[in-house]
Write a protein that binds this ligand. Structure first.
Ligand code: ADP
Ligand code: ASP
Ligand code: MG
Length: 457
């Protein structure tokens, strides 16, 4: 069997869902399990509604929900035709009534917790999976809707819940496997799950890719296909460099680094379950299904180019911790990291000198409290609006002089931190956020103009 995941733009309206159906139809012999995102922008809108309700603004929340209702009805109506839609309508109606009731409840209390946020956010995938399953069935695909909350079991860290694999794999085997064996096409929402007690959770923004990988690993899929709106993983973000080129073949390690450092096309956690089971992952374009896309797998042939791709991760804060009097005394680093751990703030890049440590974190609201704790240990400064730029390629391991070439290109750019990742396949540095487009464009021109045709399209 295979897993096919369709992202938000690939199910954004009736036409997109019809394209997805045609793609799935072409693969029925391979026994697909389909994972879908919420329709494009829906998760953003649900979160806006939830926050409006949390601020006591019931009117705005309900109005936004009405817009969402119209869009889903229109899509379902177009796909199903009036006959089927009439019976399906009441099912969607019940979901929207429940959503509105939830929003009214949040507005009445005037407080939005991570747990209620998950209840609201989950509607995107609950609704899209219903519509996609109904549309697939009406097109003769024999779809079976599976509620992901009955399969993907997570801890209770709401909004960034972590899957419990043993439990999840067992549920996938009992609830999804038999449908596949019976020749059905299971359709599940990505991004959502539930705790063992059945409380709805979500696994982090962009998490439907991860859901696909969890399902693929749990059911020993022959491959996982991530269907999106670009031809595959590209040499850089096409919004910054419209001439970015498709990478035909990339290793799990390289793809993981790229995803982690900002290549939004793939959620960073996606490759982990695939690595563990050595399941190849493909990134494909649902608007251009004839294009081969990108294949991600354990071993890839040698590439003539230094790098496979450049990514940038914005909204980064640098935290400088300086211990002027005691130098970096024994135990100092440990106490610093304990503070990060206590505030549940993850560190990306670290550099140390004899008397100070600089660390980067995603900008977030925990930073002031973290800085206050760190200030008990040493002098602390922090500064936001930074970005991490990451160049990735297996060749970094063995080719000397690459860093000199990179920084030679950027001799007039203010570079704050440099790290050649412990993985040996990334070269990472921190710059001002505003410098990102210029820096990426220059590096892309310098390193991706003449490409190895075996690896790049
Ligand atoms: P989906 O909704 O299908 O999950 P996403 O919006 O999450 O799609 O990811 C696809 C988008 O990622 C592309 O439209 C592109 O703008 C962006 N992107 C950023 N970096 C890259 C890259 N290196 N290769 C391909 N796409 C990238
Ligand atoms: N719908 C979710 C989001 O927008 C998950 C996803 O699309 O991957 O974050
Ligand atoms: Mg995505």
């Amino acid at each position: 069997m295979i897993v096919m995941k369709f992202g938000g733009t690939s199910v954004q309206d009736a036409n997109a869902i019809a394209r997805a159906a045609a793609i799935v139809k072409g693969r029925l012999a391979e026994k697909p399990v389909v994972v879908v995102s919420a329709m494009a922008k829906v998760t953003d809108q649900l979160l806006i509604m939830a926050r409006a309700a949390g601020a006591g603004d019931r009117k705005t929340a309900i109005e936004l929900s009405r817009g969402l209702r119209e869009r889903h009805y229109m899509t379902a109506g177009e796909l199903l035709g009036t006959g089927v839609f009439t019976s399906f309508h009441s099912e969607l109606e019940a979901n929207f009534e429940a959503l509105d009731e939830l929003l009214r409840g949040i507005a009445a209390v005037g407080e939005l917790t991570p747990r209620t946020t998950d209840h609201v956010a989950a509607y995107g995938e609950i609704l899209s999976s219903k519509i996609v399953a109904a549309a697939f069935s009406s097109k003769g695909l024999g779809a079976a809707l599976v509620d992901s909350r009955e399969c993907i079991v997570t801890d209770n860290a709401h909004m960034r819940a972590v899957p419990l694999f043993d439990e999840t794999n067992q549920r996938l085997r009992t609830k999804v496997q038999p449908l596949v064996a019976a020749g059905k096409v299971p359709v599940m929402g990505g991004f959502i799950g539930a705790t063992k007690a059945g409380v709805t959770t979500t696994i982090g923004r962009g998490g439907s890719d991860y859901s696909a990988a969890i399902v693929g690993a749990g059911l020993d899929a022959a491959r996982i296909e991530i269907w999106t709106d670009v031809d595959g993983m590209l040499t850089t973000d096409p919004n910054i460099c419209p001439d970015a080129r498709r990478i035909k073949l990339i290793s799990f390690d390289e793809a993981a680094e790229l995803a982690y450092f900002g290549a939004k096309v793939l959620h960073p956690a996606t490759v982990l379950p695939a690595i563990q089971k050595n399941i190849p992952v493909y990134v494909r374009n649902s608007r251009n299904p004839d294009c081969e896309g990108t294949r991600i797998e354990a071993r890839v042939p040698h590439c003539r180019n230094f790098f496979k791709a450049i990514a940038a991760k914005k909204r980064i804060t640098i935290i400088d911790v300086a211990a002027p009097r005691m130098l970096l005394a024994h135990g100092f680093l440990r106490s610093i990291f304990e503070a990060f751990d206590h505030h549940r703030v993850a560190v990306d890049v670290v550099s140390t000198s004899e008397v100070s440590v600089s660390l980067t974190v995603d900008s977030n609201e925990s930073i002031p409290a973290l800085a206050a704790d760190l200030a008990k240990l040493a002098d602390v400064k922090y500064e936001g609006r930074k970005a991490i730029v990451c160049l990735v390629g297996e060749n970094l391991r063995e080719t000397p002089g690459i860093a000199a070439r990179v920084f030679g290109e950027l001799s007039d750019t203010k570079i704050r931190m440099i790290s050649q990742g412990a993985s040996e396949i990334n070269l990472t540095f921190v710059i001002e956020e505003d410098d990102v487009p210029g820096v990426i464009q220059r590096l892309h021109k310098a390193f991706f103009s003449d490409l190895d045709p075996e690896v790049f399209a």
